[in-house]
Design a protein around this ligand. Structure first.
Ligand code: MG
Length: 367
């Protein structure tokens, strides 16, 4: 089996809430997603997706993803897509860095591997663990009262884990965390995610100001060393996300006792192949994970569900269902949230079938 063509499509993903806002007032109203379609010489087709969180979250942006895919695609023609590790080696030799551009291509090869073997990715990634995957809801940054009301609304829909977008003015962030905490019940999980937005003195004030609150602190500052300093000054459970960009970062954080949980985003580390390596290492080290991606639609949500659902339940801190944040249904067969959970499909591969009318004409086409 050989890859015969690679196509990429651009899809706009408007938000149900109209806007998503995080640290430093950064926001997105319409996410710019790229969907990859890989064809093989025996007729199988695989899909992948990459959707950066705007252009100012990680060193990744939508047009860059498409440029990277166009750069990589000629190197993939003629490869066996079932040999996902070999495909990754070829991509890493052809283009240094740019993990997000490789992610959708890797994901599409996994989809083909599943279709070729007749197995869902959850099986190929290790096997289904438990009935369903617990989801968190990201709470866009707004006033303390507005965020508390938002949490109460999503709690009524079944979510029990909430990730507050903070990383703004420290006093307002303390008020946000306290206002939301007051609306939660035992068993609910509250995370304050600063998304690198605090300077160290600001982070120190916030962790001191919420030391009596049952809250996790996520990625307070921009760099690893700044975050480690905050970690060493708080006893709140601590999560790293943006700086965990690959296996070496996980090893360093584990060695430094710098984390209680890490956030594994599929496109941040270059796709399912590398995310699985990190997932398996964290399972062995006993480090819990939020398993997710930067953003996406049905295809990314399906990939998250397969990776998360094949992770031991005790080690998966949370995941998210990006396809419930947007207004566009890109594919049928994707996981749909039930209360605060989702499940991986039992169909071969990712288990999704994109709607050709949504994909439109390809913006990259390489044979
Ligand atoms: Mg985060």
């Amino acid at each position: 089996m050989r890859i015969s063509s690679v196509r990429a499509y651009q899809v706009d993903l408007p938000l149900r809430e109209g806007r998503y806002t995080w640290a430093d007032g950064r926001s997105v109203e319409v996410f710019d997603s790229t969907i990859v379609e890989i064809h093989t010489d025996d007729g199988l087709v695989g899909y992948g997706e990459v959707c950066p969180l705007g252009a100012a979250y990680l060193p990744a942006f939508a047009a860059g993803a498409r440029a990277g895919i166009a750069e990589l695609a000629p190197h993939l023609i003629g490869l066996d897509p079932r040999e996902v590790t070999t495909v990754n080696h070829v991509m890493d030799r052809a283009l240094r860095g740019h993990p997000y551009a490789k992610s959708a291509l890797d994901m599409a090869c996994w989809d083909i591997l599943g279709k070729a073997t007749g197995l869902p990715l959850v099986t190929l990634l290790g096997g289904r663990e438990g009935d369903s995957v617990a989801l968190y809801r990201a709470i866009s940054q707004s006033s303390p009262e507005g965020m508390a009301d938002n949490v109460a609304g999503y709690r009524a829909e079944g979510y029990r884990k909430f990730q507050l977008k903070v990383g703004g003015d420290p006093d307002t962030d303390i008020a946000r965390i306290r206002a939301v905490s007051a609306r939660l019940s035992p068993g609910d999980v509250l995370v304050a995610d600063a998304n690198t937005g605090w300077l160290m003195h600001e982070a120190m004030r916030v962790v001191e100001g919420v030391k009596d609150v049952d809250v996790y602190i996520e990625q307070p500052c921009l760099t690893y060393d700044e975050c480690l300093s905050i970690r060493q000054h708080t006893d709140r459970p601590f999560i790293l996300d943006e700086v965990i960009d690959g296996l070496p970062a996980v090893l360093r954080a584990a060695n430094d006792r710098a984390v209680d949980c890490i956030n594994v985003k599929i496109s941040k580390v270059g796709g399912l192949t590398k995310a699985r390596q990190i997932r398996d290492l964290c399972v062995s080290l006993g480090i819990a994970m939020t398993i997710e991606d930067t953003w996406g639609s049905d295809i990314v949500t399906a990939a998250i569900a397969h990776l998360a659902h094949s992770t031991p339940e005790r080690l998966r801190f949370s995941s998210t269902d990006f396809n419930s944040y947007g207004t566009v249904d890109v594919a049928i067969g994707a996981p749909r949230r039930v209360g605060g959970t989702m499940s991986a499909s039992e169909d071969p591969g990712l288990g999704v079938r994109p709607d050709p009318a949504i994909l439109g004409e390809p913006v990259v086409s390489v044979k």
